[in-house]
Design a protein around this ligand. Structure first.
Ligand code: FRU
Length: 428
């Protein structure tokens, strides 16, 4: 009896590492988000208004580099490769979202980029438009492009588009080669939908009742270096089983005694979703409960991505001032959460979550930051202002920033060139 009791007790002792293996949904609460403030460590330098355009006839925004299956940055015959959302500059700045396609870029030195056009045939692609994603080159040299298929092509019409911009996760593949004339993507594979909102953990467009467009988008491929398991992480909103604010979404007991939640806050119901990859080709997926939710706090946790540093899992996401729930505010920026495993109990970095934000006097100068595995952070120039408050639309790569991650704190340490991605990692 005594022996078995000891064994049972040992079995019940759950270490942090074991807990991190259990699927659980962490919370970004109102109490934590209330602490968001710009500090010296989190404020990006002002962007100079004299910038060159990486693709002069295109608006260029959300950008992601080609990564190896293990997440490290890929080099193909000495070239860096990146993908970005593109739309012709003949369209208005605001119109670009509804005509978005994915363009390909390459660079020999990681600083000077060549725009190589849209690598796929639009007739084959899914969605009326193609929104953000990620890309991975596998062991056989196949490029897997994950993206968001947005809008139903058959029934598309512009009026009230955001209410009908249904989003699904899609993918295709290419062969890749590189020679003195640049990088070439050939042998385009079939485009397939790999994941759709289930309505339970993740809201469908029919269920959406928020003032802001609903999301099921921005797939990020992740191979967990500690378990070898693979996942797709994405932006979602809470589905039918979580369309209310729980006490922990507000804060701790002490905080809840004095904090009253404004009406309508429950409609700001962002989450970061996750699905387990079941096959080599990343086309069979099993939807899991979200990694993190911001119900009652913020409507959008866009372009979520993970950087693993030893036992620390950093979950980054971008968010806007206008997506904060009533009674809360914060800058357009990249926010970070750190956990002890992929399913760890994520805590906001720097107490509030804020990792990089635009400077106060230029709050919309850049957006869509992506923290790369060595903590270089890319983004695009969005809507910077001159001294007279005149906005100059960007639509090109912003200066790369470097951050230092130290446990649950971070600091911006350096500014690089526009779109710079320093060479490192395995050569192919
Ligand atoms: C972020 C974002 C993404 C989306 C894209 C659409 O900038 O909102 O979530 O895929 O822009 O343009």
């Amino acid at each position: 009896f005594v022996l078995s009791a000891v064994v049972a007790a040992n079995c019940l002792a759950i270490t942090p590492a074991m807990a991190a293996e259990v699927e659980q949904t962490s919370v970004w609460s109102r109490q934590q988000a209330e602490k968001v403030k710009l500090t010296e460590e989190t404020t990006a330098p002002k962007i100079d208004l004299e910038f060159d355009l990486v693709a002069p006839d295109q608006w260029v925004w959300d950008t992601w580099p080609l990564q190896n299956r293990d997440g490290s940055l890929a080099t193909v015959n000495g070239y860096r490769v990146a993908f970005a959302l593109v739309a012709p500059r003949t369209l208005g700045w605001g119109e670009r979202h509804t005509e978005a396609r994915i363009g390909m870029f390459y660079s020999k030195n990681g600083k000077d980029w060549t725009y190589a056009g849209i690598p796929y045939d639009y007739d084959n692609a899914k969605g009326y438009m193609q929104w953000a994603g990620t890309s991975m080159i596998d062991e056989d040299g196949k490029v897997h492009l994950f993206y968001t298929a947005t809008g139903d092509r058959e029934n598309w019409d512009y009026n009230g588009w955001d209410k009908r911009a249904v989003q699904r996760l899609a993918k295709t593949t290419f062969d890749i080669s590189a020679d003195k004339n640049g990088v070439h993507l050939t042998n385009e594979g079939k485009h397939e939908i790999i994941l759709e909102a289930d309505g339970k953990h993740y809201e469908t467009i029919e269920q959406a009742d928020s003032p802001i467009i609903t999301a099921f988008r921005d797939p990020f491929f992740l191979q967990d270096p500690n378990t070898g398991k693979e996942y797709i992480i994405f932006e979602g909103q809470a589905g039918s089983n979580r369309d209310f604010i729980k006490p922990e979404n507000i804060g701790d007991e002490e905080y809840r005694k004095t904090h009253s939640v404004p009406a309508g806050a429950e409609k700001y119901n962002g989450n970061i979703g996750i699905a387990e990859v079941l096959d080599e080709d990343v086309s069979e997926l099993k939807l899991l409960p979200p990694l993190l939710e911001s119900i009652g706090t913020n409507h959008q946790m866009e372009r979520p991505h993970v950087v693993v540093n030893g036992d620390n899992y950093y979950l980054f996401t971008i968010s806007h001032t206008f997506t904060y729930a009533p009674g809360l505010t914060g800058p357009d920026g990249v926010y970070g959460f750190v956990g002890e495993g992929l399913f760890g109990d994520y805590k906001p970095m720097n107490e509030s979550g804020l990792v990089i934000a635009n400077p106060k006097e230029n709050p919309y100068q850049a957006y869509s930051w992506m923290v790369l595995p060595d903590q270089q952070v890319i983004s695009f120039i969005n809507e910077p202002k001159d001294e007279n408050g005149q906005v100059k639309f960007g639509g090109t790569f912003a200066p790369t920033l470097k951050i230092k991650l130290d446990g649950d704190t971070s600091e911006i340490t350096k500014e690089g060139k526009h779109g710079e991605i320093k060479p490192f990692g395995a050569n192919r």
